[in-house]
Write a protein that binds this ligand. Structure first.
Ligand code: 4NP
Length: 160
């Protein structure tokens, strides 16, 4: 693990079509703008949307801030060998319980709400409309940037 040059962060939500692809897109764009050498991916706890593109409303609210996530494809977290991932960043408390239950090391799990959102869950927007996706985008714009800055400033070891 120590020999990898780029640190790998995988954002996690339930379906990998609404929240975590948006987090991935925001993170990629922000890290690129800041020259942070991180590698980002996203995945779902569930595999029920495997192979699908992000939800159209996630794509829409992302494009509104100049981030194109249309090329991303849903995949389950089981796709990853946890030894190749530095951090799994969960959207909500249930994601964390699910990650623990499939054997992901607790030290590798972070909650995105702990980065400037007082520990809040990122609400699942799947059964709502555009307003829910806009709320999610606002929360992720704050927290994903905080996460990136904190990991960079503390030499990436702040949370392990
Ligand atoms: P996500 O949203 O976890 O943010 O991708 C959901 C997507 C699909 C479902 C639930 C949440 N679903 O029940 O199919």
């Amino acid at each position: 693990m120590e020999s990898r040059v780029k640190k790998k962060i995988v954002f996690i939500c339930l379906g990998n079509i609404c929240r975590s692809p948006l987090a991935e897109g925001i993170a990629r764009e922000y890290a690129r703008s800041k020259n942070y050498a991180f590698e980002f991916d996203s995945a779902g706890i569930s595999n029920s949307h495997r192979g699908e593109s992000p939800h159209l409303l996630s794509q829409e609210v992302s494009m509104q801030i100049g981030v194109d996530i249309s090329h991303l494809i849903s995949r389950p977290v089981s796709f990853y060998d946890q030894f190749e991932v530095d951090y799994f960043v969960a959207m909500d408390a249930q994601n964390i319980r699910d990650l623990l239950s499939i054997g992901i090391n607790e030290e590798k799990i972070l909650k995105i709400g702990d980065f400037g959102l007082q520990g809040a869950d990122i609400p699942d927007p799947y059964y709502g409309g555009l307003d829910g996706f806009l709320e999610v985008r606002g929360m992720l714009e704050v927290s994903v940037k905080n996460l990136c800055d904190e990991l960079q400033q503390r030499g990436f070891d702040c949370c392990s």
